[in-house]
Design a protein. Structure first.
Length: 299
């Protein structure tokens, strides 16, 4: 195949003689073109001169067409042989480009296959490095350039190691931030998990401020609810004091019958520890028999 291509490269054109064409007065004609056409450009066209202008335009078109015809006929004579040779050479070029395209398409399939294999090998190596360093492979940013044959393996390893260093720094920083969030949350006796989930989305100080704001809002709501409840109880007691009692019913000043406040109930919490399953079963049986609510917690 190489010999055949060399043979084609040996092709050359011979006996090339520059064409000689004489056109006396052409330079003068070009130089004075504007002057020749001036009478046509400046011809006043109105209703009375329309027919004259139409005739003048016809003369101008005939002149331009005559010049174009002379050019085309001259070119035809000068390049008669070249047109045939040009068509043959062009057909060779076209066939060569088609063959190149076909070869390129087939080679691209092989190149992609090789590239996929290299990618798999590199991914396995990256996975091995990540595993050895206790890092999730998904945290390694894969550089597409690593797949290139010309890309330095040493540079690839250096880039991965740099990423591992940064990942460790990020983990250490996150651990410190989580610790600060947990301290801030525990000091106010709130669950830190919802605030830990905000890391990466909000600034640490903003998150800690949010913990305090949420706590303050909750406490304010509890205080308001307690105030409303105490106010309602106070009004109810005042209503009872001013009411008339008939049997077990109370009638207020407006003549409405209402129920008195229920007596306060006292709830006592007992923590009972059972050392064996048998003891636990017995305690549960006694509590159930006496309709005492309870919860069981196994250590």
């Amino acid at each position: 195949m190489a010999n055949e291509i060399t043979r084609v490269n040996d092709f050359e054109l011979k006996n090339l003689v520059p064409a000689k064409v004489e056109a006396p007065g052409l330079d003068e004609l070009v130089a004075h073109t504007d002057e020749m056409l001036k009478k046509y450009r400046e011809f006043p066209i109105v209703d009375d001169t329309y027919d004259q202008a139409k005739q003048a335009r016809k003369e101008l078109r005939n002149t331009v067409e005559s010049i174009a015809k002379t050019r085309k006929e001259t070119e035809k004579v000068l390049i008669a042989d070249w047109t045939i040779i040009k068509d043959k050479i062009t057909s060779i070029e076209k066939s060569g480009k088609q063959a190149d395209k076909l070869m390129t398409e087939q080679m691209r399939v092989i190149e992609e296959s090789r590239k996929d294999k290299r990618r798999q090998v590199i991914e396995n190596e990256v996975n091995k490095i990540a595993t050895e360093n206790g890092v999730d492979i998904s945290r390694i940013v894969f550089n597409p350039k690593w797949v290139n044959v010309t890309y330095s393996h040493k540079d690839m390893v250096s880039e991965i190691e740099a990423q591992l260093v940064q990942i460790r720094k990020d983990d250490e920083l996150r651990a410190l931030q989580i610790n600060q969030i947990e301290i801030a949350a525990q000091s106010l006796q709130v669950d830190p998990d919802p605030y830990v989930s905000m890391l990466g989305l909000r600034d640490l100080e903003d998150i800690k401020g949010q913990i305090q704001r949420d706590h303050d809002i909750k406490q304010a709501r509890i205080a308001e609810a307690q105030r409303v409840q105490e106010e309602a109880i106070a009004k109810q007691k005042e209503r009872e004091q001013n009411a008339t009692k008939i049997g077990d019913k109370l009638i207020d000043e407006d003549g409405e019958i209402f129920e008195p406040l229920p007596p306060k109930t006292v709830t006592t919490l007992y923590i009972i520890t059972a050392k064996t399953d048998k003891e636990r079963d017995y305690i549960e049986k006694v509590l159930a028999a006496n309709q005492v609510p309870y919860k069981t917690k196994k250590d």
